[in-house]
Design a protein. Structure first.
Lengths: 236, 289
């Protein structure tokens, strides 16, 4: 069974169409990466799946159920979450409060508490800074805090937009290490990544998008060695 | 001692401004516009209490407070539902102008219902407590206690409850809050309920201390606006401190100026803040705390 299936998706902002028929699928336990040049519509695909943009045509199925008409609450409780790029934490809330907000969709306080302890165990620095405002965190720490939502919610699929954006190389390594770890525990990822080499290296499969259309697809390794992809997106 | 008395008077007057300013800044923090009709919520609270204490109902003032606050909350929620929600996709300017229009509408409705004369509740809380040369009336004491109770409640709500934390999260980033499944509708209603409640309670207390007139909302809105600017728009605790600062400054000015000019302080603060520190004196911090 496909976890997520997107068929012939058309979407855009107002009268400007960005996606002209994107199709893709994510299987359970898979990391799938979307790569492509700026303006290819990678982030737009995620936004359309999560429902921030209405799809003008096409179908989005999560666990074989149409997501049209589901609000973020319902998607979240069904196991589909979205971590946007950049501003993806609440800077004026404390670190713990940020985690609590992420747990708005959990069934009860007890689950939130025990999952929070798990987060503290995995990220000891979060426990240390739990009462500090999140605005004091560095860019990498913010991204980690956003990723900690995955441990809290234990979703089936995470839509993750540009996790490495603006981070130092060491931090990027750590972020992807965490993603792989979470994936081994059963969470699937649909990842948009500017850093195509890194994205392909961690992904099981990937799609190359161009101008709002599917261009190529294959396993991460195939695309890494594909001469066309190398020339266009991996700098030769 | 004279100055100490002025400072005490100022803190008490300022605690009322703080009640108004906190609501005004909360609405700004979440919806990103200054609601000029907030002043009319103040007046509406006072006038609905007058309605419940007058014939045919003739409730004692203490019992009239609850239904008066409830009425004001209803108007606050209706403002949102009928005017601001339908306009929320417009620009900030649209909302601002709409709120000015709404302010006139509500003020004239009050004037239509109650006339434009000075009215009062006929309660006497002028009796006071003396500590040497310092005098605090029972009225002043009730104002101070009420303000402390309500602001403490707000602090508790913001720091100890999911709803309060969600409210701060929405003020930080509404889009992200929506993505994360925070119930935006419930949070938005909470903001209006809090703002209207604080306005109504403050309005009733002010009317007990002085009198009721349809313009009472306008002048207090300006004081609250000055307090909001002082604290930095959207900063709840900044607005609280700003309100008290304005109350103290106004009352201290009485030592050198004729009391008739004390409103000038708030206007001066508005001008100076807009010119030099539009982000407030605490502008190094962003968001709602």
């Amino acid at each position: 069974m496909k976890l997520l299936e997107v068929r012939d998706l058309h979407a855009g902002y107002g009268r400007v169409t960005i996606l002209f028929g994107i199709s893709l699928a994510v299987m359970p336990r898979e990391i799938v990466c979307l790569i492509g040049p700026n303006g290819a519509g990678k982030s737009t695909v995620l936004r359309a799946i999560v429902g921030q943009l209405p799809a003008t045509r096409g179908e989005i199925l999560f666990e074989e159920m149409a997501t049209a008409g589901m609000d973020p609450q319902e998607k979240g409780t069904r196991g589909l979450i979205f971590i946007p790029q950049g501003q993806n934490i609440f800077p004026s809330l404390t670190v713990t409060e940020n985690l609590e907000m992420a747990g708005y969709l959990l069934p009860d306080r007890e689950t939130l508490k025990s999952r929070r302890e798990e987060v503290f165990a995995v990220f000891p620095w979060i426990a240390q800074r739990r009462h500090r405002p999140a605005r004091e965190l560095s860019g990498g720490q913010r991204q980690m805090l956003a990723l900690a939502r995955v441990l809290l919610m234990q979703p089936k699929l995470v839509l993750l937009d540009e996790p490495s954006l603006g981070l130092a190389p060491l931090m990027v390594e750590e972020i992807f290490e965490r993603i792989l770890q979470m994936n081994r525990q059963g969470t699937s990822f649909l990842l948009v990544e500017q850093n195509a080499r890194k994205g392909l290296a961690v992904s099981h499969r990937a799609y190359v998008l161009e101008q709002g259309r599917n261009r190529l697809q294959g396993t991460g390794r195939e695309l890494l060695t594909n001469p066309q992809v190398q020339k266009l997106y991996l700098g030769g | 001692m004279y100055y100490l008395q002025l400072v005490i008077n100022g803190i008490i007057a300022g605690s009322m401004y703080a009640l108004f300013a906190v609501g005004l800044t909360m609405v700004y923090g979440v919806f990103r516009f200054i609601n000029f009709a907030h002043g009319e919520l103040i007046a509406l609270g006072a006038y609905s209490a007058l309605f419940f204490t007058s014939p045919p109902l003739s409730l004692p003032l203490i019992w009239a407070t609850a239904p008066a606050v409830a009425c004001t909350v209803c108007v606050g929620l209706l403002q949102d539902r009928l005017v601001f929600q339908p306009l929320c996709h417009g620009t900030r300017m649209t909302l601002l102008i709409a709120s000015i229009g709404l302010s006139y509408l509500l003020r004239n409705a009050i004037q239509f219902g109650f006339g434009s004369d000075l009215l009062s509740y006929n309660v006497d809380l002028a009796a006071g407590y003396e500590w040497g040369p310092i005098i605090v009336t029972r009225m002043q004491l009730s104002m101070l206690i009420t303000a402390v109770v309500f602001l403490t409640f707000l602090y508790w709500l913001f720091t100890r409850t999911m709803l309060g934390k969600a409210l701060r999260a929405v003020a930080d980033n509404m889009e992200l809050a929506g993505i994360m499944g925070i119930p935006l509708g419930r949070v938005n209603r909470t903001v209006w309920i809090l703002a209207a409640t604080f306005a109504a309670v403050g309005g009733i207390l002010l009317a007990m201390d002085t009198s009721l007139e349809p313009m009472m909302g306008v002048i207090n809105l300006l004081k609250a606006f000055a307090a909001v600017l002082l604290g930095g728009p959207g900063n709840v605790w900044g607005a609280l401190i700003g309100g008290i600062a304005i109350g103290v400054a106004e009352n201290l000015s009485v030592a050198v100026l004729s009391p008739g000019y004390k409103d000038f302080i708030a206007f001066a603060v508005i001008l100076v803040m807009l010119l030099f520190r539009p982000g407030g004196i605490f502008s190094f911090q962003k968001g709602m705390r």
